[in-house]
Ligand binder design. Structure first.
Ligand SMILES: N[C@@H](CCC(=O)N[C@@H](CS)C(=O)NCC(=O)O)C(=O)O
Length: 204
């Protein structure tokens, strides 16, 4: 399998963490997919008409995207049980979506500063994305800690990748320090970020 990837992408990181959890990092060949909405990467475009990464190219040449589809595929392939059955499963999927939505807002903030000339940037629009990030983090702090301190699942991986990305891109994204007034989330991440799959996939 080939994974169209970029070292800084938090969505790619989710896939890499799942591969690490499976002990199958070597099952994929990494192909450069670094690009942006205004300068799409050729490898990414060849595998995904939308030009987005991660994209997993299977051995029969077919492509699979986006990150949530790939992580679910790998979970089934390697029998990881990251997607619980029953009612808890819906909670897990909601947390996974919650984490992805924070990442969407964060990536949009970064694109605004990386891809637009300063004169064209919208302060109001960036600040609306930053507010979305803050609300998402507050919800993690106030409503999701019981789940995060429970059985390991794909939601944990999503949140770990969110917090890692918010630290990694803090300067370009311009958002608040996520640790401010979020002691529970901070304590959780202090432990979770030491997990070997997280340490092996630090953004670059
Ligand atoms: N929902 C997608 C989001 C993926 C995404 O936004 N990836 C970014 C890189 S972090 C990308 O490919 N950007 C290029 C573009 O938007 O054209 C997923 O979960 O895979």
């Amino acid at each position: 399998m080939k994974l169209i990837h970029a070292g800084a992408s938090p969505f790619v990181r989710k896939v890499l963490v799942v591969l690490e959890e499976a002990g199958q990092r070597d099952a994929v060949e990494l192909i450069d997919g670094m690009g942006s909405p205004v300068a799409p990467n050729e490898n990414a475009l060849a595998a995904n008409p939308l030009g987005k990464i991660p994209c997993l190219v299977l051995d029969d040449g077919s492509s699979m995207y986006d990150s949530r589809v790939i992580t679910r595929y790998l979970d089934a392939k390697y029998k990881l049980s990251l997607y619980p059955e029953g009612d808890t499963g819906w909670t897990t999927l909601t947390l996974e979506a919650h984490a992805d939505a924070i990442l969407d807002a964060a990536v949009l903030c970064v694109y605004e500063s990386r891809c637009r000339d300063e004169a064209d940037r919208s302060t109001a629009w960036v600040s609306a994305q930053q507010d979305k990030i803050s609300r998402g983090l507050d919800s993690l702090e106030n409503h999701w800690m019981t789940h995060l301190n429970g059985q390991f699942d794909i939601g944990h991986i999503g949140v770990g990748c969110v917090l890692g990305y918010l630290e990694f891109r803090a300067e370009l994204g311009g958002w608040e320090n996520w640790k401010n007034n979020r002691p529970n989330l901070t304590a959780w991440n202090d432990a979770f970020s030491n997990r070997s799959s997280m340490q092996a996939t630090l953004p670059s």
